[in-house]
Design a protein around this ligand. Structure first.
Ligand SMILES: CC(=O)SCCNC(=O)CCNC(=O)[C@H](O)C(C)(C)COP(=O)(O)OP(=O)(O)OC[C@H]1O[C@@H](n2cnc3c(N)ncnc32)[C@H](O)[C@@H]1OP(=O)(O)O
Ligand SMILES: CC(C)C(=O)C(=O)O
Ligand SMILES: [Mg+2]
Length: 610
């Protein structure tokens, strides 16, 4: 049973009723704070985004949101994204309204450079009616090759930014860089100057591991890079070491003691090693930082980064009273879809109790809470699910089942924030009908599982057409799989295995012929009941022996790739996930097997007995 209790949509009778039930003019102060800050009651007060000037923000309470999902987020183990997925995410981030998209680390590989360039050309050139276009940023170490690569990639955007960094803590300078503090200041200044000499006017500098750096040294190096042309100073707590009070003080002290800091934007970048990334980021904002670096779902190196949804919703819910009236340009109604997209593409599942976007974030399980919610939603909710783009079927009055048509499906998807082109809608509709034939009605979670299987997928090279398995206690598990391939020719593979999934995966291997290792396999029932949709996630690693290479290099790829699949049949769901991950390996490496190495068209049936 779905225990979610969902607040009514703004404008609906129930919503007005909620407003009428607001506390009397002089309630107890704590009551007043909680209810007055319910973001849904204030959502019409979205303030204007100031005009973009790299080195200053003309509205003192406006906070820029810098999203680094595609750079720091992609540094999460297993979160490798293809160029197409990065572009999809960047487009969604623009829809969400982030000010700056850190699109990647262009020197890291030719693919990364091309992906950042593609985003700069596409997302970085789409100006909306309000004149908004996100800044496209590329990361670089403090050396000329990195900076030149970053500029080559981002300069195609209308608002390009180079972000260059070098470590400033004693531990990093001594053991990692093996440079003296004086040398580090010189390198940083020279390299910011070099970025400027290329024509870049929007330059961000980060003293890596600032959280453990000597503040006096920070004031010195930051003052020098301002003189050299830096327009944003980002203060990273690289190892998530500081406490909120410390980090806030550090930001305040940097503003106070760094000559020239009043002419640049101060930024935060907090890792989550002690679970304090969001708290530290907010402390930084309170102390005067006006750019906050975050990622969707908080993904990132090790324990991750401050999460966009937490930081943005904290500012939205509490900004007026507790954060000096801060506001952002984010449109929170796109948060849920963005979170889903990032989770599906990266394979980084969101924990159910994650703030804002976890499956339980608006669920009320216990009796006393449910009683409170039934009487007045403000008792246990400080924001409404609608604020972040969740709408319930019963609120919308649409129940999707086997008799529903394309219009109802399209309307419901659009209410959930998904706008599909007609071909994709047709594909989802076919899957929807197939499932609806077997289930009484489809909930939103069922729909989202189908969507992630059909929409948030890598480019399809191999697709599952048919699957038959024989398994049980009376003989060997055997699977026969029919796939359509890159040349649109159908191929059949058969294999035995230790169980139905093993047999099916071996049958797929016999056709696709890319050596991989299965690192992780997990399956969840999306809803309860015998007819529930099963959602499978796998993580695979392409092996050394594989012909997989970077587009412009012969280095073997050693990355891991995730894939997901959904079906009411558990083996079909498992095979879909596996094929999706294989497509990702192929899409990433552009290493679709040649006609010589794959099964030939005339030899359409492959029987594998390994
Ligand atoms: C805190 C962060 O998140 S930083 C960003 C981390 N992200 C990544 O590392 C992205 C993926 N990285 C990569 O693909 C590779 O590491 C590359 C392509 C960037 C570099 O690869 P390589 O040139 O083989 O160097 P490698 O990574 O082994 O070592 C890093 C080198 O850069 C130096 N270095 C590290 N940071 C910096 C810096 N900010 N500025 C200048 N040099 C630096 C190190 O001292 C080391 O130099 P050395 O070879 O003289 O000892
Ligand atoms: C590159 C820098 C900003 C970084 O990611 C960190 O220090 O955590
Ligand atoms: Mg980081």
């Amino acid at each position: 049973m779905d225990h979610r209790v969902i607040a009514p949509a703004p404008g609906s009778p129930a919503f007005q009723c909620k407003l009428r039930k607001s506390p009397s003019p002089s309630p107890a102060p704590w009551k007043c704070r909680v209810l007055a800050s319910s973001s849904s009651e204030r959502q019409f007060l979205q303030r204007k985004r100031p005009i973009y000037v790299p080195s200053r923000i003309d509205d003192p309470s406006y906070v820029r949101i810098f999203d680094t999902t595609l750079r720091d987020g992609e540094q999460s183990p297993g979160a490798t994204l293809t160029s197409k997925e990065k572009l999809d995410i960047a487009r969604q981030l623009a829809k969400l309204g982030v000010d700056i998209i850190e699109a990647g680390f262009p020197i890291a590989s030719p693919d990364d450079l091309l992906a950042v360039k593609g985003i700069a050309l596409d997302v970085g050139n789409r100006v909306d009616d309000d004149g908004y276009v996100p800044v496209i940023c590329g990361l670089s170490r403090c050396n000329k090759a990195d900076i030149a690569a970053a500029w080559e990639a981002v300069s195609h955007a209308l608002r390009p930014r180079i972000h260059t960094f070098i470590a400033t803590s004693e531990i990093h300078m001594k053991h990692k860089l093996r440079k003296s503090p004086d040398e580090v200041v010189q390198i940083a200044t020279d390299m910011v100057g070099y970025a400027k000499s290329l024509g870049c006017q929007d330059i961000e500098f980060s003293p890596e591991d600032a959280g453990r750096s000597d503040p006096e040294f920070l004031y010195r190096i930051l003052a020098e890079v301002i003189k050299a042309g830096a327009t944003t100073l980002n203060i990273p707590d690289t190892v998530g070491y500081t406490l909120p009070s410390e980090f806030g003080r550090l930001i305040a002290m940097i503003k106070e003691n760094t000559p020239g800091s009043q002419n640049v934007v101060i930024s935060t970048h907090c890792q989550n090693d002690l679970g304090l990334a969001t708290a530290n980021t907010l402390a930084g904002a309170y102390a005067g930082a006006r750019q906050l670096e975050v990622t969707i779902n908080g993904i990132g190196e090790r324990a991750g980064n401050a999460s966009l949804e937490e930081v943005v919703m904290a500012i939205r819910c509490r900004g007026d009273e507790q954060l000096n009236g801060l506001h952002t340009g984010i449109k929170p109604k796109h948060i849920a879809v963005t979170s889903r997209m990032v989770s599906d593409y990266t394979g980084m599942t969101v924990q159910p109790h994650k703030a804002i976007v976890g499956a339980n974030a608006f669920a009320h399980e216990s009796g006393i809470h449910q009683d409170g919610m039934l009487k007045f939603k403000g008792t246990y909710e400080i924001m409404c699910p609608e604020d972040i783009g969740l709408v319930r079927a019963d609120e919308a009055g649409i129940v999707l089942g086997k008799h529903s048509g394309r219009h109802a499906l399209k309307t419901r998807l659009s209410q959930l924030g998904y706008e599909l082109e007609s071909k994709k809608l047709d594909d989802v509709f076919k899957r929807f009908k197939a499932v609806a034939d077997k289930k009484k009605s489809l909930s939103d979670v069922d729909l989202e599982a189908l969507l992630s299987d059909e929409v948030f997928q890598p480019e399809v090279v191999w697709a599952l057409l048919d699957l038959q398995v024989v398994c049980g206690t009376l003989g060997l598990s055997t699977a026969t799989v029919k796939l359509s391939g890159p040349d649109n020719i159908q191929r059949v593979g058969t294999s035995i295995g230790t169980g139905p999934v093993d047999a099916a995966y071996k049958a797929v291997d016999s056709i696709v012929q890319i050596p991989v290792t299965l690192l992780e396999y997990s399956m969840n029932a999306v809803t309860e009941g015998i007819d529930a949709i099963a959602n499978t996630r796998v993580v695979i690693r392409a092996e050394n022996s594989t012909p997989v290479t970077h587009a412009q290099s012969t280095e073997p790829v050693q990355r891991s790739f995730s894939g997901s699949g959904a079906s009411e049949d558990v083996t079909v769901s498992s095979v879909r996930a596996y094929v999706s991950a294989l497509n990702k390996v192929i899409g990433f490496s552009k290493a679709v097997p040649s006609s010589e190495s794959s099964v030939s068209a005339t030899q359409a049936t492959t029987v594998a007995t390994k």
